[in-house]
Design a protein around this ligand. Structure first.
Ligand code: FES
Length: 169
């Protein structure tokens, strides 16, 4: 049987993974900081990086995969030019976040948890941003927003054209 070749990471991704591993080498509980460092550098955690990380930490691939998929913050693909996180927790639901999610998905032409096909925007769920009194809340490219509306988000992201009829993704 032919041995399986190790997954090929692009050079920039490999360099980011190696930097993250080196920065946390020998530290207990290094997995989460390493994953965060990789995502900070690349915008996502490439699935092909998991075997390298697992090997360096003497963990199984399943262990690392389990952590990556457990935390909503980790992406397995590059995000769009803009990342909009919409709060799905209870306090925001009580003030209309379900309708907000519906309207934002329709306006931007993609679903929560997806990146639009043209790469213009990624919509992600988040579970409480600590801004409950001003819900529905969102995070737009890392900036907290309250009393969010779909039209307000559209105005804030003028370089994201409205979805064509039938959606863009
Ligand atoms: S429930 Fe949405 S910010 Fe707390």
């Amino acid at each position: 049987m032919t041995p399986t070749a190790p997954p090929a990471l692009p050079p920039d991704a490999l360099a980011a993974v190696e930097r993250a591993l080196e920065a946390h080498r020998g530290r207990p509980g290094a997995l989460l900081p390493i994953l965060h460092a990789v995502q900070d550098a690349l915008g996502y955690v490439p699935p092909d990086a998991l075997p390298t990380i697992a090997h360096a930490l003497n963990l199984s691939r399943a262990d690392v995969h389990g952590v990556v998929t457990f935390y909503h913050d980790f992406r397995d693909a590059p995000p769009g030019r803009h990342v909009v996180k919409l709060c799905r927790a209870e306090a925001c639901q009580a003030v209309g976040s379900d309708e907000l999610v519906r309207d934002v998905c329709a306006r931007f032409g993609t679903e929560l948890g997806h990146t639009r096909a043209d790469g213009a925007v990624t919509l992600e769920p988040v579970y409480c941003l600590g801004n409950c009194a001003l819900g529905p809340s969102a995070m737009v490219d890392g900036e907290l927003r309250g009393r969010v509306t779909a039209s307000g988000l559209a105005a804030e992201l003028p370089d994201v054209p409205a979805a064509p009829p039938g959606g863009a993704s």
